[in-house]
Every structure is written in C-alpha cells, then in structure tokens.
Design a protein around this ligand. Sequence first.
Ligand code: CTP
Ligand code: MG
Length: 226
Amino acid sequence: TDNVHIVVAAGSGSRYGGNLPKQFCDLAGRPLLMTTLERLHSCTPEWKLIVVLSTDMTDEWLGMCKDNSFTLPHIIVNGGATRAHSVKNALSIIPQDSSGLISIHDAARPVITPSLISAIIDGVEGCDGALPACAVTDSIRLVGTDGNSSAVDRSKLRAVQTPQIFPADKLLKAYGQELLPVFTDDASVMEAAGYTNLRLVDGDPHNIKVTNPGDMAIAELYLSLI
Ligand code: CTP
Ligand code: MG
C-alpha cells in the first residue's frame, strides 16, 4: 500500500532533560524509539516507516541500531525547527498524488496498541482525519494576561494524542500553508486549512507522551501491563 507512518523524533526533549533526547533514552533495555517503531510496525506491517531525526542525532541513531541489532527498515528524514516543520520535511518525500493514508506519531509515545491504531484507521473513513482523544482528569482554569483565572467546564475538553491519521492528499495540501507556532499537532494544521471534518476516537490513557523525568518508568510499567 501507499500508507505510511511518520514518526517525529527530531525534538530535543528539553523538559525530560538528560544527556540524550528522551526518544534515545533507555526504555526496557534499549532506546525508546525502537519500541515505538516496532509496535507501530507490528500493528500495520505493510505500512512504510519514515523517521524524522535531527541531523546531529542521525549517526548516533544508526550506531544504536547496529549495537541493538535493530534492523526494521525505515527511511530517515531531517528534522525542522518545530514539530510541524519536522512533519513537513517528512511529507516532502511523499508523492503529491499519493492516494494512501498518512499517520503521524510522536516518537515519545511508545505505549501504542493495535486496538488504538485500528480504531483510528477505521475512524478516517469518510472524514478528513481521525485522532485519539481522552477526557481530561485534572480541573482546568483559563488564565488571563492580568493573572486572573477562571474555571473551565472540563467535560467539554479533550486531550489529544497520536497517532493522527489523514488522507495523504488532504494532509499534503494542508501542510502547504504557513506553519504557525499554535500548530502543536497535525489536526490543528488540517483545521486551519479548512479540513474540519475530523473524527475523535477514544484515546488510551496508557498512550502517554514521555515528557517529564519519571515518565519513562511509567511507560515501562504500562508496557508491562498491556
Ligand atoms: N519533535 C520533532 N521536531 C521538533 C520538535 C519535536 O520531531 N522540532 C518531536 C519530538 O521528538 C517528539 C514529538 O515531536 O517525539 C512531540 O514533541 P515533544 O514531546 O514536545 O518533544 P520535544 O520537543 O523533544 O520535548 P520538549 O518540548 O520538552 O523539548
Ligand atoms: Mg516540544
């Protein structure tokens, strides 16, 4: 098929800290990114894998693959200044007339399951895209520039995860627009381009994005549970 997973792994992991960006840190005995790629591949073995890496980590990653006998085929693309620019770089190697689906996944979410991926793929049918979303569990306040804040009805809010999956032709068009800092995910890029028919599917609370110190241990625990 023409279907492809883009795994964005070109971030610096500043909130996580450490010597290496979090996607290369140890998760259950090897660099986290290997688990993300393997789990995506096992769900959808016929989909191509594109991995976006910062140029200064590419040689290091290839060395890690060698050291860990990690041989899963993947295409490497150079990252950009923001997540959206990293996605755009990956899209630049996909043919304009592609008729498949494009999935975009955060490398930092290793606890991805076949059932979640299947639900998202099913959700794209007849839509501009599908994405996993969860109810928020914290109480939420909206903060103003004056320092005042007000409570928000959290029942109307959803926290969005990846993978987010879109028809290739629409996603390629959407990424032709100017990329703004408010585009923290791909659904927001699609929406700004007028592709507003996006289906939310039930996200998985275990599908965390390793972000802060301590999250790696949580991800490892979740992997052992699923
Ligand atoms: N990402 C990317 N290119 C960028 C920035 C982020 O490919 N220029 C990727 C990250 O590698 C990560 C995903 O986008 O897999 C989600 O981003 P985030 O969790 O924010 O990771 P970082 O930006 O690396 O972390 P931080 O914001 O703490 O620096
Ligand atoms: Mg970031």
